[in-house]
Design a protein around this ligand. Structure first.
Ligand SMILES: *[C@@H]1O[C@H](CO)[C@@H](O)[C@H](O)[C@H]1NC(C)=O
Ligand SMILES: *[C@@H]1O[C@H](CO)[C@@H](O)[C@H](O)[C@H]1NC(C)=O
Ligand SMILES: *[C@@H]1O[C@H](CO)[C@@H](O)[C@H](O)[C@H]1NC(C)=O
Ligand SMILES: *[C@@H]1O[C@H](CO)[C@@H](O)[C@H](O)[C@H]1NC(C)=O
Ligand SMILES: *[C@@H]1O[C@H](CO)[C@@H](O)[C@H](O)[C@H]1NC(C)=O
Ligand SMILES: *[C@@H]1O[C@H](CO)[C@@H](O)[C@H](O)[C@H]1NC(C)=O
Ligand SMILES: *[C@@H]1O[C@H](CO)[C@@H](O)[C@H](O)[C@H]1NC(C)=O
Ligand SMILES: *[C@@H]1O[C@H](CO)[C@@H](O)[C@H](O)[C@H]1NC(C)=O
Length: 663
């Protein structure tokens, strides 16, 4: 084929700023490699977490470059050999190897920045570490990573600097507090202006590539498939939290199996439902029940054949019943298989390995309630996951450069939207109202709890200043972190807009009292504006559950006194009124403080809203709200009213049967 005559000038920017220039085979090859690099970097950090759970310190150290450095709080080790020794010594008996021990090192909320030449990168992550020695000792620590990565001569990504800033730590019993008193801001490697640039504009001509267009088409499909498998697993997780068993079953294949290690295997739709009912409870949440199973550090390996995939990750269940004051933890590893049937990814097998099950009030120090796990679910080989020239690779048949660039743009959009989501979480942790406002699109808008929505970067920032004040102290006595893990990201056809659902997992810390966890859900939209990803719509639902304190946990909440009046909206809105109040939004926000209906507070069950239908069956959820949350009341705030496509809300409905509308 004559590539030179197939030059394409993109009519619209599509996630990669470089499409302002013509797409050629060489530039497509370079752009594919840059999106793959972002994913390879995330996968290394995820594998580091997964290996730590089984004390694989040598393999963890092998992810460092030959002169790579690890800085953990105030301790430093350089080079793989010293790093391995440090990892082993530091974890001691809390190494996941000693019977009943635990070492779960979570890294989540990645904000990855690739260098202009594509050969190095920086990334910020949130960290949490749950440890126990199996004979009574248990601790928790948390902080922020600002890490650096390099590409070695073999083209493999390595960690050149793992820099963990220790912010909070403490024993399980009694809980964690700030490390070293009031906490400084952890320096940022990015600015609000740079955070939405999916991939920096490269300098100069793209180098000559040896890749064929068929190979690039396969690699792009593989990236697109990874996005869909991620969405499928993450969406499944929210149905599990909510005990929406019918929706869970819809995501599985006809002959699916669910294996609970040490318990048994369940087959088919009936088996899936049976395992869920037997080990988790009846369909639906009733007052006081917390069934959260957040998913962390998941790696997805799409088989080069394009129709099979494996995902392995960490699940930390936070379970409870506020009626009986029961509460527990579960640390599980999942390793699931997926197949693509008629163009739709489905769950084929679930394989869950429990590492620790522990009573909340006792903790996991003694190894928990079940006998110690000895099974190591096989790791995914991230070198292979990121290995592109694999033999079995299906050759793509799509040779339309413009269409391939669009498809690649949709995967770049997945990372760009996720990046911007985490940028928001990081700056809001630091109550940096100015930076936060600058993450928004010109007509972007944000919900403020107990108040309403504000539109524009200036007004979202002023609303934030009105809530938190303008005087930020450089040392803070307490912080509430805004983790936004487990995103379900639905990207529009043209790759210029995305709908993003994320969990809010909120660990807190303070100098004076033990921190604890809360949980809620974000329902957001992002757009590509002037070549940068920006926040379009940010909505936080009020807490689905809260901890009364570290000691009490999530099961200590008492139901509200129903004779007391519902709490009023925030006082400050009289000073700085929103563009639309929660009350004016109507039904969607009616159960929140300041909303139009009856206020709901944990341990009552908040309604869980969804922006999308079931991703496989198209089933409409009970609480369904497609599009931006304020858009029914403010139609001119909708994406489509502003020149963007509305991302898909699930598979398209065609003539009574559901068919996907996204290719
Ligand atoms: C590590 O090695 C690389 C490649 O040899 C070199 O460019 C870099 O400066 C070194 N870094 C440090 C911190 O020594
Ligand atoms: C390093 O940090 C740990 C944990 O915060 C602390 O216990 C220890 O005293 C510190 N060591 C030094 C040398 O500052
Ligand atoms: C994320 O933000 C960083 C920091 O500004 C930027 O350099 C990087 O290109 C972005 N990455 C993605 C995948 O959007
Ligand atoms: C499921 O298993 C049955 C019985 O073995 C078989 O007839 C059917 O074709 C299988 N379904 C799929 C989708 O593979
Ligand atoms: C991972 O995959 C690569 C590439 O296929 C291979 O060279 C390497 O040996 C594998 N590593 C392990 C631990 O299996
Ligand atoms: C800001 O807060 C600090 C610490 O609370 C205080 O010392 C300082 O005077 C305040 N500055 C202004 C301008 O209010
Ligand atoms: C509930 O609130 C009402 C009205 O304030 C009050 O009279 C009553 O004592 C409260 N009941 C309890 C159990 O606190
Ligand atoms: C739906 O299917 C029926 C029967 O197959 C057909 O008559 C009808 O025209 C279809 N409707 C649409 C909108 O395609």
């Amino acid at each position: 084929m004559k590539l030179a005559t197939r030059l394409f000038w993109a009519a619209v920017p599509i996630g990669l700023p470089l499409v302002q220039a013509a797409t050629t085979l060489n530039s497509l090859a370079r752009d594919v490699e840059r999106v793959e690099s972002i994913r390879a970097i995330k996968n290394i950090q995820r594998e580091f977490s997964q290996l730590a759970q089984f004390g694989k310190h040598g393999d963890m150290a092998a992810f460092f470059s030959s002169n790579g450095t690890l800085i953990w709080g105030n301790e430093t080790a350089t080079g793989p050999v010293a790093i391995e020794t440090w990892l082993r010594t530091d974890s001691g008996k809390m190494n996941g190897v000693q019977p009943g021990s635990l070492d779960t090192i979570i890294a989540e909320n990645p904000l990855v920045s690739l260098s202009v030449d594509g050969q190095s990168a920086k990334a910020r992550w949130n960290g949490l570490r749950f440890q126990g020695d199996g004979v009574g000792g248990a601790k928790i620590q948390g902080g922020i990573y600002e890490n650096e990565y390099v590409r070695n001569v073999n083209g493999k990504w390595r960690i050149s600097l793992l820099h963990y800033y220790a912010l909070y730590a403490g024993p399980y019993i009694g809980g964690w507090r700030n490390v070293g008193g009031p906490l400084p801001f952890v320096p940022y490697h990015f600015t609000p202006e740079s955070s939405g640039i999916p991939i920096p504009v490269p300098e100069g001509e793209a180098q000559g590539t040896t890749a064929t267009i068929e190979e690039l088409a396969s690699r792009i499909s593989r990236l697109n498939d990874e996005d869909e498998v991620r969405n499928l697993m993450h969406a499944r997780g929210y149905y599990i939290d909510r005990r929406m068993w019918t929706d869970v079953v819809d995501l599985h294949t006809e002959n699916t199996t669910v294996t609970l290690k040490g318990i048994g295997t369940y087959t088919g739709a009936t088996g899936v439902r049976q395992s869920l009912e037997r080990f988790q409870g009846p369909e639906g949440l009733t007052q006081g029940i917390n069934n959260d199973h957040p998913i962390f550090d998941m790696i997805v390996d799409v088989n080069p054949n394009g129709v099979e995939a494996v995902a392995r990750g960490i699940e930390i269940a936070m379970l409870g019943d506020a009626n009986t004051r029961a509460a527990s933890w579960e640390f599980n590893v999942f390793r699931n298989h997926f197949v693509k049937e008629k163009g739709v990814w489905k769950v084929k097998t679930v394989h869950l390995t429990p590492l620790i099950v522990a009573d909340y009030y006792k903790g996991w120090g003694d190894g928990g309630l079940s006998s110690p796990n000895t099974y190591v679910p096989p790791f995914l080989n991230v070198t292979r996951v990121d290995f592109k020239g694999s033999k079995g690779m299906q050759r793509g048949t799509n040779t339309d450069l413009a269409d391939l660039q669009r498809r690649l743009g949709r995967s770049a959009a997945y990372d760009g939207a996720e990046n911007q989501s985490h940028a928001y979480g990081f700056v809001i942790d630091d109550l940096d109202c100015g930076k936060m406002g600058r993450l928004f699109a010109k007509r972007g808008h944000k919900a403020n709890p107990f108040a309403g929505y504000f539109i524009s970067p200036e007004r979202t920032a002023t609303a934030c200043y009105t809530t938190y004040g303008t005087n930020r102290t450089t040392l803070r006595s307490s912080i509430s972190f805004h983790w936004r893990p487990q995103p379900v990201i639905l990207v529009s056809e043209d790759g210029r807009s995305a709908t993003l659902r994320a969990r809010l997992l909120q660990p807190s810390t303070s100098t004076t009292k033990a921190g604890s966890f809360n949980n809620a859900i974000y329902h957001d939209q992002m757009v590509l504006e002037d070549g940068k990803w920006r926040l379009w719509s940010i909505t936080i639902d009020e807490f689905y559950w809260q901890s009364s304190s570290w000691e009490g946990g999530w099961s200590a909440a008492n139901p509200r006194n129903k004779s007391e009046p519902d709490p009023p909206p925030a006082e400050w809105i009289k000073k700085y009124p929103p563009d639309i109040t929660l009350k004016e939004i109507g039904e969607r926000e009616s159960t929140f403080r300041g909303g139009s209906g009856k206020y709901i507070q944990w341990p009552e069950i908040q309604r869980m809203w969804f922006q999308y239908r079931n991703l496989v069956s198209g089933r409409v959820p009970e609480f369904y709200w497609p599009g931006c949350v304020p858009c029914k009341a403010k139609p001119d705030w909708a994406l489509e009213a502003n020149g963007y496509q509305e991302p898909p809300n699930g598979p398209a409905i065609k003539n009574g049967t559901y068919k996907r509308n996204v290719s």
